[in-house]
Design a protein around this ligand. Sequence first.
Ligand code: PNS
Length: 171
Amino acid sequence: MSAPTACLIAIYPGSFDPITNGHLDLIARASRLVGRLEVAVLRNEAKQPLFSVEERIEMLHEVLQPYPNVEVGSFEGLLVDYAAERGANMVVRGIRAISDYEYELQMALMNRRLRPEIETAFLMASEAYSFVSSKMVKEVCSLGGNISGLVPPSIEGRLKNALKLYKLHRV
Ligand code: PNS
């Protein structure tokens, strides 16, 4: 593998509620292509996340330790404004299937209209994770299904605990 393009500073934005092995695979691959990659968590309580932003940031720090050029941050407001503030010239997003494409295209075109100097790059998800989403992992886990191999092991434990607490508070 050739050296990463040091002048590329990329932001990988998302909800990461929680990070899955699909996200992790994408981060590992993107980190080899750019000089610096920031994984940025969107602060948006309207999405009714299972984990707080602080918990998600903590989990990201935990699993991203092996990647020296990967940082973790959070943002609210427009993604491209945050990217500019952080000196990034690229936004990275993953595409799992054709169904992702329409939404991703709309976002990429809107972001380009807002700040044409920031490029969006799409990486294809690995086949092994092309069906994995945080939403589905949470659903399967809450119904007692096996999610090993779909999220990092440390996240699996946290997810089970968080779902237990969530169910307790709902009753
Ligand atoms: O992992 P997600 O939840 O699909 O990530 C969506 C995200 C965070 C990339 C998107 O909602 C976003 O960029 N929100 C910030 C608001 C924004 O910039 N909107 C204008 C472009 S669509």
